[in-house]
Write a protein that binds this ligand. Structure first.
Ligand code: NDP
Length: 332
């Protein structure tokens, strides 16, 4: 018999999450039975901590539920002939060390996943965040060669891929991030312009300096005040992909305007919110494209790995505070 560890949401987050909002529980898993439905035992190897967990905890969870989230897991026992022991999969089974599955909720890693490539990337560049960058740029921004693209939270999981795909697509990219080390990283991976939004005297001036002609596309991960300033520097017919609003997720009192109608109207802008799940039917296409670019060295990946399942709440809170460069993951 296996005792799984799981992090539960002890108390709904009020403002910025605290470690006391979580509780570590032990769950006894039943032994696998021959012929039953539940024929696989898995252990989580890497778990993801993502910004969406903050707003979705309110929308989808009640206190006492296991925290939502995805993992790369390894099959440790199988009574299902479709899955062999040792196979790695991704799953959406929340913050837990072990779980039982009938196999229907598991996704195999790509069959051509190179042995030398860390499997944790299936939670980042070659996973959901990479797909978010890919479909957001192609289908929402509809970027064209020669255009100028702005992305914020640029040194994070989604933003760092956005910047690099923008360069592959023949565009100029401007990125903002919250530390000088992150800005240096953005320049290293090919951003044309990058600045620290926390230390610039004026965000408006920094955006203008980085692209005096304005922006064709704005891939917005942050929302709030940043977006309110940036929208005024869009070019005529510019496109804004509303990917996230991390500057607003921890607000207890919703922020107020400025409002978007005036720049939207006079610059004839398009602004579209999107969820990456819209393109679930094209997941394989996106993952194969991302894997190819990673293997070719055209897309570089950085991960912020926190060691130890017991440190998951700290890794989550640290990511929300901006302590991560690239994708934040936890190694069990
Ligand atoms: P990141 O790896 O970018 O981590 C979050 C980063 O956000 C932090 O490192 C921090 O970087 C930045 N940040 C935190 N608070 C603020 C703030 N108040 N103002 C500006 N920046 C802040 O996370 P992801 O790449 O996973 O996600 C990025 C965004 O994309 C999120 O908004 C997320 O919700 C969204 N998303 C949307 C999806 C969709 O389907 N639409 C799918 C996946 C993600 P810094 O040091 O630069 O401040």
């Amino acid at each position: 018999m296996v005792i799984a560890k799981a992090w539960v949401l002890q108390k709904h987050f009020d403002g910025f999450p605290k470690t006391s909002d979580f509780d570590l529980k032990k769950i006894e898993l039943p032994n696998l039975k021959d012929g039953g439905e539940q024929k696989l035992l898995l252990e989580s190897v890497f778990l993801s901590v993502d910004p969406y967990m903050r707003p979705y905890s309110r929308l989808q969870m009640k206190e006492g539920d296991i925290m939502i989230g995805t993992q790369v897991a390894r099959i440790v026992e199988s009574k299902n002939p479709g899955f062999t022991v040792g196979t790695f999969v991704t799953a959406n089974r929340g913050w837990r060390t072990h779980f039982i599955s009938d196999g229907k909720d598991l996704q195999l890693l790509l069959s051509n996943w190179p042995e030398s490539l860390p499997k944790s990337l299936a939670l980042g560049t070659v996973g959901m965040p990479g797909l978010t960058a890919y479909f957001g740029l192609l289908e929402v921004c509809k970027m064209k060669p020669g255009e100028t693209v702005l992305v914020n939270a640029a040194a994070g999981a989604v933003g760092s891929v956005v910047g690099q795909l923008t360069k592959i697509g023949g565009c100029k990219v401007v990125g903002s991030a919250g530390s000088d080390d992150k800005v240096a990283y953005l320049k290293k991976i090919g951003f044309d312009e990058a600045f620290n939004y926390k230390t610039v005297k004026s965000l408006d001036e920094a955006l203008r300096k980085a692209s005096p002609d304005g922006y064709d596309c704005f891939f917005d991960n942050v929302g709030g005040e940043f977006a309110s300033v940036a929208i005024n520097q869009m070019k005529k017919y510019g496109r804004i992909a509303v990917c996230g609003a991390i500057s607003q997720y921890n607000d207890s009192v919703p922020q107020k305007g400025p409002y978007v109608q005036i720049p939207m109207l006079f610059k004839e802008l398009q602004m579209e919110g999107f969820l990456v799940t819209r393109w679930n039917n094209r997941r394989e296409e996106g993952l194969q494209a991302l894997l190819k670019w990673v293997v070719e060295g055209k897309v570089k990946c950085h991960e912020q790995v926190t060691e130890g399942f017991e440190n998951m709440p700290m890794a989550f809170i640290g990511m929300l505070k901006g302590e991560n460069l690239g994708k934040a993951v936890v190694k069990v």
